[in-house]
Structure formats: structure tokens, C-alpha cells
Design a protein around this ligand. Structure first.
Ligand code: ATP
Ligand code: MG
Length: 335
């Protein structure tokens, strides 16, 4: 039997290059080897205020993009999180098993709550604080052994492991212990305007982000305007030259070459050459995905695929939730 694997994306904005290279591309590559579950995390999206029409639009776009990137509905279970009610129920149960101390240590919470404050919103949603417990439910629900995530989510998968071990020790084994699957090169695509920050779809500076649906002209302009430094020397040094290093990471990941090979390729060249190469590589990779996306977005196929997958996921989720509820005494008669 194949091991299970799960990954998700929050429809909190338009899909970025970071999402693609950090998670989706790898999930697509794993489809044959693993039993893959992929969900659109709309319950996570509402941990920060969302306009309902924009949320729906982002959800539709991300769904069509998932399939356009190569997820195959015949092989993988691709569904909408809110279609499987058990996620929220198990999320609540895991919430009760977590501590304020451990949730306070999540760096994503620190980042996102400080952003919320900076945008002078008048409150920090409690959901932003507790969402790692819902994420734990998403993962533990399907006995996923592996979770392909970007390095920014590693801490949450570690918390998931802690919660699973805690519940298993307290109530008897109900959960499989998952592992984060981070690519060997641990790629983290950085913001083009502030390369010390990761590229995030919920960030407000559009110029700083390559979206999967950006047109060639837009890609060229964004890469041209990407922050580098004044040295004009192409060298991989993320600490001192984060902007240049980020462009190099994008290029080498797209072209499947090593940093050493790239440095050799750019020997004696300048930042204009570097940027031209990066933009061309991006356009080449994104064009076929965008073409497929357009066909899918205007068809009814995607909705049907999501519905079929939700039915399959519901069946699995119900089995797991029954087991957990029984273990915790959440039923009138022990089963
Ligand atoms: P948000 O700003 O709403 O958190 P996000 O861009 O961080 O959006 P998520 O939906 O949180 O995207 O994450 C989807 C997947 O993409 C996760 O597996 C995450 O690890 C990965 N990911 C997100 N940003 C990057 C990045 N800059 N580089 C590599 N992987 C990333
Ligand atoms: Mg994120």
C-alpha cells in the first residue's frame, strides 16, 4: 500500500511562485509514489478578514491552478477544506490538547499578528493564534506520513507531531506520526522588494511577488525592478546579497541546475544578464501552466472533481473522527 501524503494551500490571495516551487510542484511529482491528498484551506484563509467575493475568486483560481500545475484528479484527492466538516471538529479537539505556550512560539503567528497590527487593524483574530491546531487536524485526519511543505511551515508540522504523540500517549494510539518533507535544497523564495522576507501571497506589495498568472510583460517588469545591491557581482551569498541569491535560487530551481553551475554560467556577466535569464526562465515555465489554467477555469470540470474528492475525503475523515471521539469518551456508549 502506498504511504499517504497531504498538502494544502490557503486561498488568501493569488498563488505565488513561492507556493509553486515550495510545495505544489513537488506534490505533483509525488502523485504516483504516494496516495496524495491536497486541500484548499479556506478555513485557514478566514483567520484574517476576507472579502467573500475575493475569497471565492481566489478559491476558484487556486483550484484550477492546482490542476493546471499537473495535479491529476484520477490520482489525487483534491478537495475544499470546508466541504469536509470533520476538519473543524478534529481541529477543536486538538485545540483542547494544545497549550498557549507552544502556540505562542509559532513564528508564523508572530509574523502575521505583527503585520495585522501594522495594518492598524483593531484586533488580532484568535483564529490566527490557534490555526496550527486546525492544520494538525488536516494532517492527522488522513494518517498522512509525509507533508511536503515549504520551510516556513516546518514548525507547524513539528507541532502536529507533538500533538499526535501527546494524544496517542494519553488516550491510546489513534494518530499516525507525520513528518515534514522539505526539499533537500530547502528552497524559500523571497520577496522581490525585501529579500529578507519570504514571498507571501497575502502580502500587500504586488511588485514584490511573482504570481502564477502574471503575464510575461509583468514578470519582466517585476524581475527588472527586483532589489539587488550595488556590487554588480553574481555570487551566491544569501546573507550579504539576499536579492541576488533569491534570483539565483529561482533560476536554478526552474532550470534544475546547481548554484555552482549557475555561477559558472554567469561568470563575467552583470545583473542585467541575470535578470534577463531569470525572467525568461519564469516565462518559459509559466506559459504552459497558464494556458491549461485558462481552459480549466472556463469549464465545469473543476467543480465536479472537487465534489467527487470531497466525498472520498469525507468517508476517510468520518472514520478517523469516530476513532478519536471514541478514544476521548466523546460518545454516550463506548464503541
Ligand atoms: P499566506 O501569506 O496567506 O500565509 P503563503 O504564500 O505563505 O500565504 P500558504 O498557503 O501559507 O502560502 O502556503 C502554501 C504552501 O506554500 C506551504 O507549503 C508553504 O510552505 C509554501 N510556501 C509559501 N511561501 C513560500 C515561499 N516563499 N517559498 C517556498 N515555499 C513557500
Ligand atoms: Mg503561509
Amino acid at each position: 500500500m502506498k504511504e499517504k501524503m497531504i498538502t494544502g494551500i490557503t486561498p488568501s490571495g493569488e498563488m505565488t511562485l513561492g507556493n509553486y516551487l515550495g510545495a505544489i510542484k513537488r506534490a505533483v511529482e509525488f502523485q504516483d509514489e504516494y496516495e496524495l491528498y491536497v486541500f484548499i484551506a479556506n478555513l485557514h484563509a478566514i483567520t484574517i478578514p476576507q472579502d467573500k467575493e475575493i475569497l471565492r475568486k481566489n478559491t476558484k483560481e487556486i483550484a484550477a491552478l492546482y490542476f493546471a500545475c499537473g495535479l491529476d484528479p484520477q490520482k489525487s484527492t483534491v478537495f475544499l477544506q470546508s466541504d469536509v466538516l470533520e476538519h473543524a471538529q478534529l481541529g477543536w479537539i486538538l485545540n483542547t490538547q494544545s497549550s498557549i505556550g507552544e502556540l505562542s512560539r509559532m513564528t508564523q503567528f508572530k509574523d502575521k499578528s505583527s503585520k495585522t497590527k501594522a495594518q492598524s487593524k483593531d484586533y488580532i483574530p484568535a483564529g490566527l493564534f490557534t490555526y496550527p491546531t486546525l492544520m494538525a487536524a488536516d494532517i492527522l485526519m488522513y494518517d498522512a506520513k509525509f507533508v511536503p511543505v515549504g520551510i516556513d511551515q516546518k514548525q507547524h508540522v513539528e507541532l502536529t507531531r507533538d500533538l499526535a504523540i501527546r494524544v496517542n500517549n494519553k488516550y491510546g494510539t489513534v494518530f499516525q506520526i507525520p513528518e515534514p518533507l522539505i526539499s533537500k535544497d530547502k528552497i524559500k523564495i523571497m520577496d522581490l522588494q525585501d529579500p529578507t522576507k519570504k514571498m507571501s501571497k497575502s502580502s500587500t506589495n504586488q511588485k514584490a511577488i511573482i504570481y502564477m498568472l502574471d503575464e510575461p510583460k509583468v514578470i519582466e517588469a517585476k524581475i527588472k525592478a527586483a532589489i539587488t545591491d550595488s556590487e554588480n557581482l553574481i555570487k551566491y551569498d544569501p546573507k550579504n546579497k539576499p536579492g541576488v541569491a533569491n534570483l539565483m535560487t529561482i533560476y536554478t530551481t526552474l532550470k534544475k541546475i546547481t548554484i555552482k553551475e549557475a555561477e559558472k554560467h554567469w561568470q563575467g556577466k552583470n545583473y542585467k544578464d541575470l535578470k534577463d535569464d531569470v525572467a525568461a526562465a519564469l516565462i518559459e515555465t509559466l506559459a504552459p501552466i497558464q494556458q491549461r489554467y485558462k481552459q480549466l477555469y472556463n469549464s465545469s470540470e473543476v467543480e465536479q472533481w472537487l465534489k467527487d474528492a470531497a466525498i472520498k475525503a469525507q468517508y476517510e475523515a468520518r472514520k478517523k473522527l469516530n476513532k478519536v471521539q471514541n478514544a476521548l469518551g466523546l460518545n454516550y456508549n463506548r464503541k
